[in-house]
Ligand binder design. Structure first.
Ligand SMILES: Nc1ncnc2c1ncn2[C@@H]1O[C@H](COP(=O)(O)OP(=O)(O)OP(=O)(O)O)[C@@H](O)[C@H]1O
Ligand SMILES: [Mg+2]
Length: 381
């Protein structure tokens, strides 16, 4: 039998008044992994955490914990703890009492509590801080105490809502690493929420990319980065060049007026697609050696590379990362390898496509899209 999920969402819906904020959410969280919910503001990330912790109740669907439906189980009966962005530590208690809070509520003997606090402070590298007041801690230290306090409850699941976003860049990097270490050491499941794609890629075993209350894609960081499933994901994760094209046949894609060999197969002939090329996969060369010829418009220095903006003759803009500076206004060649061309199904509805095709057949100047052109040519033949 397949391993039972720790948390499972089945077609979960949630609305606030008229507004649907979660739409048919399916989630499957196994024990022992670091999961991240990644998405823009308002996409529903915190709402999912609140459903897991029991602060909110779903309108429809099932939420299961180790196979048992917990939709109506009160928050305090769930073995789940949350670390919030503002940490919500008790300001009038010292570090020790903050971390001891959960075990004390459960009525554990003081000797056991003391050992637990000691263990947790060691885990977050703040041994010896027992008697400090919360106001005497830096933001990063408060963050660690909030994590220690949550973990002192022995949760099976730790939820972290934008927990690092208040920290400065360097501290944030360090905490990303440490959180990951803590998760690995304890082997419990973490669900981390962020809108920072770099953070998600750096920390996670699995990422759920969210937009508009819908999970757009679930995958490993590599999957999500290398094989974005749609325009939203490609655009949100890393920088992308996205142009429209058609898969003429297996291993041959057409975009910007030319055919290119690629590594994708299995679509119907002349299927409209979107083509993704990552800036770091592109290179500049001489116009003769280039697969496309472009004009340099702009460049900006980014520390270890230059981010160049160039325009092709169809007026598409291309972001390219190069190690040496270039000359604005220069005509250069753009190159890339077949395996760097990522293909996404273009999810234009049949009706929209038909409408565009009709308009094109009436006046080819109006909508000269490659997919439409090829469909029109097929009809003629
Ligand atoms: N109590 C509430 N009443 C009404 N609408 C709410 C409530 N809580 C959240 N919403 C709405 O639900 C949507 C999802 O909110 P949620 O807090 O889950 O977003 P989020 O992805 O966590 O965003 P952020 O990155 O800004 O924290 C938003 O449009 C928000 O305005
Ligand atoms: Mg939120």
């Amino acid at each position: 039998m397949a391993k039972e999920a720790l948390i499972e969402f089945k077609a979960v819906d949630l609305s606030f008044g008229e507004t649907k904020v979660l739409n048919q959410i399916d989630l499957d969280l196994e024990s022992g992994y670091f999961y991240t919910l990644l998405g823009p503001s308002g996409s529903g990330k915190s709402t999912i955490l609140k459903l897991i912790s029991g602060q909110l109740t779903a309108d429809g669907g099932d939420i299961l914990f180790e196979g048992e439906r917990i939709n109506d189980l009160p928050a305090e009966k769930r073995r789940v703890n949350t670390v919030f962005q503002n940490y919500s530590l008790f300001p009038n208690m010292n570090v020790y009492d903050n971390v001891a809070f959960g075990p004390r509520l459960k009525g554990r003997p003081e000797a056991e509590i003391e050992a637990k606090v000691k263990e947790m402070l060691a885990l977050v590298k703040l041994s010896g801080y027992e008697n400090r007041g919360i106001a005497e801690l830096s933001g990063g230290q408060q963050q660690r105490i909030a994590i220690a306090r949550a973990l002192a409850n022995d949760p099976e699941l730790l939820l972290l809502d934008e927990s690092l976003s208040a920290l400065d860049y360097q501290l944030r990097k360090n905490m990303q690493h440490e959180l990951r270490q803590i998760q690995k050491r304890l082997g419990i499941t973490f669900v981390f929420v962020t809108h920072d794609q770099e953070e998600a890629l750096a920390m996670s075993d699995w990422i759920f990319v969210m937009n508009d209350g819908v999970i757009q894609q679930k995958g490993s960081p590599e999957d999500i980065y290398d094989e974005p499933i749609n325009h939203f994901v490609a655009d949100f994760i890393g920088e992308s060049n996205i142009v429209r094209g058609i898969m003429k046949r297996d291993y041959l894609v057409h975009f910007v007026g030319k055919d290119f060999e690629n590594v994708d197969a299995g679509m119907r002939p002349n299927e409209p697609v979107e083509v993704v090329l990552r800036p770091e996969d592109l290179d500049l060369t001489t116009p003769e050696a280039g697969k496309l010829v472009v004009t340099i418009q702009d460049q900006s220095f980014r520390g270890d590379y230059y981010e160049v903006t160039a325009q092709d003759d169809d007026l598409n803009l291309w972001q390219v990362q190069v190690t040496n500076p270039v000359t604005t206004g220069a005509r250069v060649g753009l190159t890339f390898d077949p395996e760097d061309i990522h293909i996404m199904r273009f999810n234009e509805s049949e009706d929209d496509f038909e409408a565009r095709l009709e308009a094109y057949e009436e006046d080819p100047e109006v909508v000269g899209n490659a997919a439409v052109q090829s469909a029109a040519a097929e009809e003629q033949a």
